[in-house]
Design a protein around this ligand. Sequence first.
Ligand SMILES: Cc1cc2nc3c(=O)[nH]c(=O)nc-3n(C[C@H](O)[C@H](O)[C@H](O)COP(=O)(O)OP(=O)(O)OC[C@H]3O[C@@H](n4cnc5c(N)ncnc54)[C@H](O)[C@@H]3O)c2cc1C
Ligand SMILES: NC(=O)c1ccc[n+]([C@@H]2O[C@H](COP(=O)([O-])OP(=O)(O)OC[C@H]3O[C@@H](n4cnc5c(N)ncnc54)[C@H](O)[C@@H]3O)[C@@H](O)[C@H]2O)c1
Ligand code: SF4
Ligand code: FES
Length: 805
Amino acid sequence: MEKQKIVLVGNGMAGIRAVEEILKLSPDQFDITVFGSEPYPNYDRIQLSKVLQGDTEIADITLNTWEWYEENNILLYPGETVTAIDTEKQIVSTDKERHVPYDKLIMATGSVPFMLPLPGADKEGVTAFRDIKDCEEMIKSSQKYKKAVVIGGGLLGLEAARGLLNLGMEVDVVHLADFLMERQLDRTAGKMLQKELEDQGMNFLLEKQSSEIIGGDRVEGLRFNDGEEVEADLIVMAVGIKPNVSLAKESGIPVNRGIVVDDHLETEIPNVFAVGECAEHKEMVYGLVAPLYQQGKEMAKRICKVDGEGYHGSVLSTQLKVSGVDVFSTGKINEDEETKSVKVFDDWRGIYQKVLVDDGKITGAVLFGDTKDGNRLLTLINKGASIEEYLDQDKKEEAGIDLIASMDAEEIVCGCNGVTKGSIVEAIGEQGLTTVEQVKGCTNASRSCGGCKPLVSDLLEYTLGDEYDQNQKESICACTSLSKDEVIEEIKAKGLSHIREVMNVLGWSTEEGCSKCKPALNYYLGMLNPTEYKDEKESRYVNERLHANIQNDGTYSVVPRMYGGVTNAEDLRKIADVAEKYEVKLIKVTGGQRLDLLGVQKEDLPSIWEELDMPSGSAYAKGLRTVKTCVGADFCRFGTQDSIGLGVQMEKKFEGLNTPHKVKMSVSACPRNCAEGSVKDVGVVGLDGEFEIYVGGNGGTHMRQAELLSKVKTEEEVLDTTAAFLQYYRESANYLERTSAWVERVGLAHVQEVLSNKKTFIELNQRMNEALSVVQAQDPWKEAIEDETLLRDLYKNVKVAAGSN
Ligand SMILES: Cc1cc2nc3c(=O)[nH]c(=O)nc-3n(C[C@H](O)[C@H](O)[C@H](O)COP(=O)(O)OP(=O)(O)OC[C@H]3O[C@@H](n4cnc5c(N)ncnc54)[C@H](O)[C@@H]3O)c2cc1C
Ligand SMILES: NC(=O)c1ccc[n+]([C@@H]2O[C@H](COP(=O)([O-])OP(=O)(O)OC[C@H]3O[C@@H](n4cnc5c(N)ncnc54)[C@H](O)[C@@H]3O)[C@@H](O)[C@H]2O)c1
Ligand code: SF4
Ligand code: FES
């Protein structure tokens, strides 16, 4: 029998998912042709936010590879736009003069971003944020320009703004309403979100109506209708989207806001279907993937003549993809006369939870700060559950039954793809799945926004118990399929002692390794065998090899160590002399309370180090950078402890230590926390008669507030606890994983449990002392000055410092 011809217009997320559903039901029944205006295979549009924020790359967001189309006999025309449809003859025509007949036509043309029709909107530097091209344009602009304005404080605008901040731009967000995300949040949550994002560095201009984009060929600013102006080198419009229906309209397919479809996603025109953001079902148009994927499933059933209950609309849920901020909303968000609500507001911890109840049934929720109940609430709304059922679940958790164990089988784990706990557990059991990637491949869970990955991982652990190894399939680089833990086990078991040996014995696919595995292996080998292993300097990154940070103009920076951020007249004099003699371009006080000499020529580095005669500040190292301290009890009237003294002790103890990534610490002498312990890898806060030790904080790209690890009484306990924490981090984190990511991954409770075991605690301290005994005998700057070969090889044309021979 001749195959039926399906033509899909739109190679995006909804259209291709619908094709996948069709292939699942009837793999051989259709010849499928796909047209896509964009020149790529189907990619995860959602992840563009993560690309802009620097968490992933465009190369990694492909959902269906070119090979997938080939393997499934799908004829894809990328970069080709359908321009006309003859619905009587059932033929589509394209901008490349191609004419293709169909038996079934699927319209999946998505949306177009709404662009405010402002005077000047056509200037260079004004963009939407919808596709790869827009994303690339923003990244390019950030390399040249400083000042960005995002119009629209909705999901897209805020994710764009976070990305632009990460790219080093200053960002103003202009918003029409008086609080953010007013379509998804209530005022309380919107205001809390604003505060959180302001703390991250975003600036908000609320209740502002834009009136004109100003500038020459390129944008220079934005004017508002109250006459005020802001500067801008880049303007991103994120003010909503509208269904892309022009082709349907011109082809006589009934269109309202979107292409009008019934419960089976069929239009009134025979054999023409519509799915995704371009479709309008019961007067609703959706802009999130969960409903679009549900639509695709039902449409596939109809096309494949499989009975189905049809599509009956979706309850929406959204989550903002900005790290350090947990916001979730679903269903109804605002109270009305009929609605009651259950609210929790914890101003201290920044948590707000509101669950809306109509006639005893849950109808919506807004969560801020703690969103772990989000999917559960969505499930309960979908099944029309009563508020008692939700509150009962809470009691289970209070009784110590953890989230995963207390979830019902029908509870949704992956909101985007509508995958339940039951179906994941079943797939794990029946198909022997052991990794998040495998669960993704089998069930689609975590395949879209990726927000459910930690939950999927927990579910694997819950189902497989000890057999589950969270890291197992994450190979350390493309040269090997072995994970970090497997490599470490092999190094230990086989007694491997240098990088080449590891590569040979463990069957590396490349002879030389790569820039990812070489420094990682060097670190793991040194960590496992600190006294015997000889550091292979050539495998380190350039800054570490040169003991200085290279700057954007090819010069270097020199940061001498100043324990605890304390200096004296003699050191300052030496720094001033060196700065003058070597014409240092800039002396800058760093965020870690050090003096940074910037603009140093490479060949001057050894002489400067020699003349400074101070230890290296390790500002380039994957190791302890600085311990920042507040002035403390000696001078500050609020001080309860000697923060400077303790900070100096900590810096002296851990200086030179190699760690998976840089480590920053601080000590404050009271909860005012002037040394900013909440954004440090280890932040100590002195109280009256005790200390709090916070860990896993990060004030950089991936903002994370440090969590309280423990409270101790003495300085000695602070030093020992820090040592145990750092040693456990050294031993179990992946190379290049900051404590913030590591604590997030393994969980603070796990770290606390490990450290609470007295024997383990002592052993960690012993291994730390062993590692420190080696590094403290070395000072990288002195070592470099004293080693002729190093001097010649690394700092060619070295000038001999005055007084040296
Ligand atoms: C930055 C960003 C972040 C997002 N984050 C989330 C999120 O966290 N969670 C979530 O659920 N959703 C998110 N979304 C929304 C989600 O990406 C969309 O809902 C989804 O991509 C819509 O799928 P679609 O297939 O309907 O449309 P699209 O993905 O837009 O695909 C339509 C495709 O059709 C092509 N096309 C249009 N007309 C023609 C024609 N005539 N001929 C050929 N090709 C044509 C278009 O070029 C496009 O490639 C995000 C969107 C963006 C932009
Ligand atoms: N995490 C997520 O789920 C996520 C992330 C990004 C995008 N998306 C989806 O992408 C689509 C587009 O997102 P969006 O944020 O642009 O749409 P949106 O409609 O959710 O938000 C647009 C915002 O812009 C504001 N606005 C409108 N006109 C304005 C003006 N003239 N000046 C200032 N502000 C103005 C509105 O008040 C609104 O809050 C949506 O469907 C959204 O759901 C989802
Ligand atoms: S943290 Fe407390 S003790 Fe230290 S400087 Fe600030 S206010 Fe003073
Ligand atoms: S919740 Fe988005 S991929 Fe699972």
